[in-house]
Design a protein around this ligand. Structure first.
Ligand SMILES: [Fe+2]
Length: 390
């Protein structure tokens, strides 16, 4: 790998870190340590976990350095420590936490200087800079998790470097804020209440990440699937359509919706903004998405259908889209770089989400990306797109 690509990696690492620090810039230490919800980690845990993941995979595994804080790493293990316990853990806080982030980063850059990375690298972690792509994507994905929590922080406002700013008339989405180029969402024309559908002829489709690109183990290997003909909505379900469903069935409104007379308002971040009926609905659980689809006389797409139809879909990237698929290993799956990334989650417990949300860094977005979560989760930025058999 040439020095200039090392420079490019260092620059991207710095950019991801800047975004993390900008997100927490308006908050004080007490807010970073506070447990806002048992469903979400305190921000201090996310921050320490970001640094610890970097220390583990780069500084220790690649750079062979001793850990900076002995056994501390076990408190940042996401599987060992369920979210509801994280506020009680003896994790790093305040000034110590900030220096840990900085100290690990300093060592990461030292290691970057020492090693050879490139297509020829013997260690698969280093080949094509895999471990660096992993670190950058990991930090960016935790930014989205942090934003899930920030939605619940009353009065949260972000203005560093023009990072988060008002989305003006909010017509493209229902979000109270729009992040800068790291978190931009594609412009979407008003979503029709009754969406146009696209017919996809049945046949063989290639699913999964190609060998050349950075991807997680669960997106591989690329393989062929047979799909029966189906129809899929060109656009996601709008707030207006969802409001009709709520009124018709008495279903719970999405998270952060509150009734105000005849209208709905959005209450995220303690604000009271009118709900935009033409924007995609966000913050619904899988159960709610499934119920909506049935109410509309349709169903949720499978994740294979979603990926096969991906070039024809509009308005993806505002909210993750629930699919009816369980999170399962692709045929021929091999865990990499560690068993715990995907494998413990395979099975019937988790449902797959496809696409991306407004809070997803565009660096993370690719058609083969598989997000997964519990079907009851509503605090994630998840919405709905419907399909049906053709
Ligand atoms: Fe993580």
């Amino acid at each position: 790998m040439t020095p200039s690509s090392k420079e490019a990696i260092a620059e991207r690492l710095a950019e991801a870190r800047l975004r993390t620090l900008e997100l927490i810039q308006p908050l004080d230490d007490a807010q970073l340590n506070r447990v806002y919800s048992p469903l979400l980690s305190p921000l201090a845990w996310d921050l320490g976990h970001i640094a610890n993941f970097e220390e583990l995979w780069l500084v220790r595994t690649i750079g062979n350095r001793e850990p900076l804080h002995g056994e501390l790493g076990r408190f940042y293990d996401a599987i060992e420590n369920p979210r509801k316990t994280r506020g009680e853990l003896p994790i790093l806080r305040d000034a110590e936490l900030r220096s840990y982030l900085a100290d690990v980063r300093e060592r990461t850059l030292e290691v970057l200087d020492e090693i050879e990375i490139g297509p020829e690298a013997e260690d698969p972690l280093l080949r094509d800079g895999f471990v660096y792509e992993l670190l950058i994507a990991h930090e960016q994905q935790h930014n989205e998790t942090m934003l899930q929590l920030l939605m619940t922080v009353d009065g949260y406002e972000f203005d560093a470097g023009g990072g988060l700013r008002d989305a003006g008339d909010r017509s493209p989405g229902q979000m109270p804020v729009q992040l800068d180029r790291h978190f931009e969402y594609p412009p979407v024309r008003a979503i029709p209440r009754v969406p146009e559908t696209v017919r996809i002829d049945g046949g063989s489709f290639e699913i999964g990440a190609t060998a050349q690109e950075f991807a997680y183990d669960n997106e591989r290997p690329r393989h062929l699937v047979e799909l029966a003909p189906f129809e899929i909505d060109r656009t996601p379900v709008s707030n207006g359509a969802y409001a009709e469903f709520v009124e018709d069935t008495g279903a719970e409104p999405p998270m952060y919706w509150e009734r105000d007379g005849d209208a709905w308002i959005r209450t995220a971040m303690g604000r009271r903004d009118p709900m935009d009926p033409d924007a995609p609905v966000v913050h619904v659980s899988w159960h709610e998405a499934d119920a909506f689809a049935r109410w509309a006389g349709k169903r949720l797409p499978t994740e294979q259908e979603w990926e096969a139809a991906h070039p024809d879909l509009q308005g993806a990237g505002h909210a993750w889209e629930w699919t009816c698929s369980d999170f399962l290993a692709y045929p021929g799956f091999e865990a990499f770089p560690y068993r715990e990334y995907s494998e413990p989650f395979f099975g019937e417990t988790y449902k797959v989400l496809r696409g991306a949300s407004w809070a997803t860094d565009r660096n993370v977005v690719r058609p083969s990306f598989r997000n997964w979560d519990l079907p009851r989760r509503r605090q994630i930025f998840a919405g709905i797109r419907c399909a049906r058999d053709a």
